[in-house]
Design a protein around this ligand. Structure first.
Ligand code: URA
Length: 236
């Protein structure tokens, strides 16, 4: 296999990015500095290193994090702790949070280096269910539920797809949405002259937040959870 292809597969970036990495003298093959991106390697025998890190063709990793409020959903941030800072072990390169939760939102966040699965879960065309536990400032009236279930119009004249609502108490409910518009749940509540006072994602597609995870804790997904996410039947 070509060295640049190998590094791209291992999550070190696009082909163009890894070529740059090689030309900038960061890559060693069997401990010899290599500057040729088209060098052929034997991925089963040769030892590849990027600076001090030995590279292996990593399998994908899938982590469920119970995001606490106050951690920003980003790989890096100059001002805040990120969700990645909560994972206190070395992850393979290329891991990122799937989708964005606001700074004050808690709950289920998937972290992976499987770009194809992330695309499947996030693509607006795939309509993957996201279930949120919501506490609102004012009670949610029957008319509000009807508007949410019919597809409410939010600011900017954007229409949301029909949502599902399961009321738990006057101002506590589970809301299922099938898109991921920016601040969507908060904007839906504003459209009802209401306000979100607490928001927690509890499910994404078939993946449910593990109740045993405290805020800030994480665990690797079980094989069957990964399979169910990957094998999701598409809806229109
Ligand atoms: N909708 C919001 O308004 N915020 C989130 O963090 C997620 C969905």
């Amino acid at each position: 296999m070509r060295l640049d292809k190998y590094l791209a597969h291992a999550g070190y970036g696009t082909r163009r990015e890894v070529k740059k990495l090689i030309r900038q003298k960061h890559v060693y093959v069997n401990d010899v500095l290599c500057c040729q991106d088209d060098q052929k390697i034997d991925e089963n025998k040769d030892s590849i290193r990027v600076n001090d890190t030995v590279v292996s063709l990593q399998l994908h990793v899938y982590i469920m994090l119970h995001k606490p409020a106050g951690a920003i959903t980003a790989v890096q941030d100059p001002f805040h702790d990120t969700v990645m800072d909560l994972i206190n072990e070395q992850l393979p390169p290329g891991c990122f949070p799937v989708g964005r939760l606001d700074l004050d939102t808690e709950g289920l966040l998937l972290i992976t280096n499987d770009g194809a699965l992330a695309h499947k879960l996030l693509s607006p065309k795939k309509h993957v269910d996201k279930v949120y536990y919501v506490e609102s400032r004012n009670p949610l009236e029957d008319g509000d539920i009807k508007r949410l279930c019919e597809g409410i119009e939010i600011d900017g004249g954007e229409s949301c797809l029909p949502a599902d609502v399961r009321r738990i108490a006057e101002n506590r409910f589970l809301l299922t949405i099938r898109e991921g518009k920016y601040h969507q749940v908060k904007r839906m509540m504003i459209a009802l002259n209401n306000e979100v006072i607490y928001l927690k994602r509890v499910q994404m597609g078939s993946l449910r937040l593990d109740d045993s995870l405290k805020k800030g804790e994480y665990r690797y997904l079980y094989e069957e959870e990964i399979e169910r996410l990957k094998n999701r039947k598409e809806t229109t």
